[in-house]
Design a protein around this ligand. Structure first.
Ligand code: UDP
Length: 352
């Protein structure tokens, strides 16, 4: 059996690392063909994950990146279609909600190759987000949908997708957090971090709704600055270029560093006081490591974290952000909301 896995962006490398390992452990007879679209191409946004997380070298790298959504998606479809026709996989496996996800699903469905989608059913109900469009379309053309949460499963059913196609498997990112936690390592930084419970705030910002709106970006940096907290911010390349264009300055208490590898990110998540982010994955990782999260978005797909009090949505409101960082509060202890840490194995057994 041949499974073609399509990945291209940072969070997909982490998710695919889990499932790829599960293939090797549970079904070594399955031939996994790993295709990197090239959507993320910087060393610290791509190569480092393959090295650290023991992901096999991609069999193909399509080198498509750096364009607009339309350019990237179109070029990926063209190249993926050709590759799929040559290789003839039994399944195409896609992850999450990026242009690579949608391109992989569209190329496959037109060739009548079954598509499986890991992290299906997530919804922000905000159609201005490119990720939301990618998710909705992918879910509606996929043949097998792996939902990480009951909310995700229910969203799919509500949209008329047959329950038979949907499997609630938990979140592969929880598997990743448990597995790689043992290997977490302190990043080598030019500053001394206060790793006490009242210590530093770990921050990431990369959603287009924030980076592409200078006013929101300005409010966020003012909010971080006014908190007076020690903030460490591994900066996404998109945010870096938007900051340079907008001329917004960094407050003195915000330490901007290059993006870190996953093992260093896990160390930062385990040792911070709280997390401030607009990332989907980082919201959950904060919870995995028992840290409160302040989310700089107007809505979230991970609604159960807000309900349980672990996640506070502040949008791009400067004062709400400042207050949330100063007065952090933990949520209620509850059963793990994202499965049992064996989601990767469940994906593999359902597929094969
Ligand atoms: N991450 C990382 N290094 C960083 C920032 C994030 O390894 O400097 C990891 C993070 O721990 C999480 C994933 O990247 O596992 C989240 O990716 P991102 O925020 O880019 O995308 P999203 O989850 O919002 O789709």
């Amino acid at each position: 059996m041949k499974v073609m896995t399509i990945i291209g962006a940072r969070p997909q490398f982490i998710k695919a690392a889990v499932v790829s390992r599960a293939f090797r452990e549970h079904r070594p007879d399955v031939q996994e063909i790993l295709v990197h679209t090239g959507q993320h191409y910087d060393t610290n946004m791509s190569d480092v994950f393959f090295e650290e997380l023991d992901i096999p070298e991609p069999d193909y790298n399509l080198g498509v990146g750096g364009g607009t959504h339309g350019q990237n998606t179109g070029r990926m479809i063209e190249k993926l279609e050709k590759l799929m026709m040559e290789i003839g996989p039994d399944w195409v496996l896609v992850y999450g909600d990026t242009d690579s996800t949608l391109a992989g699903a569209l190329a496959a469905v037109k060739l009548h190759i079954p598509v499986a989608h890991v992290e299906a059913g997530l919804r922000s109900f905000n159609r201005k987000m490119p990720e939301e469009i990618n998710r909705v379309l992918t879910d509606h053309i996929a043949d097998l949908l792996f939902a990480p949460t009951e909310t995700g499963r229910q969203n799919l059913i509500n949209e008329g997708i047959s329950a038979k196609k949907v499997k609630l498997v938990g979140d592969v990112m929880y598997d990743a957090a448990l597995f790689y936690k043992e290997k977490a390592r302190k990043p080598n930084l030019p500053i001394e971090l206060d790793a006490s419970p009242e210590g530093f705030v770990l921050c990431t910002i990369h959603r287009a709704e924030n980076t592409d709106d200078p006013q929101r970006l300005k409010n966020i940096f003012q909010g971080l600055g006014n908190s007076g907290e020690q903030v460490v911010l591994p900066m996404h390349p998109r945010t870096k270029s938007k900051m340079a264009q907008s001329g917004i300055s960094f407050p003195d208490n915000v330490w901007v560093i290059e993006p870190v590898g996953y093992l260093e990110m896990v160390w930062l998540e385990e040792n911070c006081k709280c997390v401030a982010t607009d990332s989907g994955g980082v919201q959950k990782e904060a919870y995995f490591f028992g840290k409160p999260c302040v989310t700089m978005r107007d809505e979230t797909e991970w609604v159960e974290l807000v309900e349980a009090g672990w996640n506070r949505l502040v949008g791009a409101d400067r004062d709400d952000l400042t207050n949330a960082l100063i007065h952090v509060s933990k949520g209620v202890e509850s059963k793990m909301l994202y499965g049992d840490g064996f989601s990767g194995g469940k994906v593999v057994t359902s597929l094969c």
